[in-house]
Design a protein around this ligand. Structure first.
Ligand SMILES: [Zn+2]
Length: 194
């Protein structure tokens, strides 16, 4: 599995690249107040911690037992959509504490969920698969290998569906992060020229 720092950097600089651009732009324009900076730090901290959440058991084993162990919480594999709900809950709870409003906290939950899913994508790219669909389907699936489906062996329809699904999942994670960021103060829109 990639190192923890790689997961955090992947989420911040790849999945949330638009936000990084907006932050740097605001810093150079001296538009960020102390309050804005604290809000952004909170966002990035919650996102970074959520991007590490699937590997918490492995990090625990590394520190306590001196070796990387399996990634399970009880019977639930941590690299699954089911366990990703914990990131959503964690982000929403942190948002409730920070903002005091559920209507705003839920967007921090969505941001945390996107960070968690970005971890699965990076592990998938590196290790070849994740148990995304546990407990509906207990075997590992590789989203990235779907992009490498043979056109001749699978036929045109199968090829198009699998390619679309793999790219759409990647796009979906990025869109989740952008949507949450947009609701939490970042502006992304097309500016028509007049
Ligand atoms: Zn992992």
């Amino acid at each position: 599995m990639p190192y923890p720092v790689a997961h955090v950097l992947f989420f911040v600089f790849c999945i949330s690249a638009a936000a990084v651009y907006a932050i740097i732009r605001s810093i150079f324009r001296r538009e960020l107040s102390l309050r804005d900076s604290i809000q952004i730090l909170l966002l990035l901290s919650i996102g970074s911690l959520s991007a590490l959440l699937p590997d918490v058991p492995a990090i625990y084993n590394l520190i306590v037992n001196g070796g990387s162990g399996h990634c399970w919480i009880g019977p639930v594999p941590t690299h699954s959509f089911l366990f990703s709900f914990s990131a959503f809950m964690y982000g929403t709870l942190a948002g409730l504490i920070a903002y005091g409003k559920f209507s705003k906290a839920i967007y921090l939950g969505i941001f945390a969920e996107a960070a968690f899913l970005s971890h699965l994508l990076l592990d998938d790219a590196h290790e070849g698969s994740c148990t995304y669909l546990y407990p509906i389907y207990n075997k590992s699936i590789s989203v990235f290998s779907l992009m490498n489906v043979s056109f001749y062996e699978n036929g045109l329809f199968n090829y198009l569906i699998k390619s679309f699904l793999s790219v759409f999942f990647f796009c979906f994670v990025i869109m989740m992060a952008l949507f949450a960021l947009n609701q939490l103060g970042f502006e992304f829109k097309y500016r028509s020229k007049k």
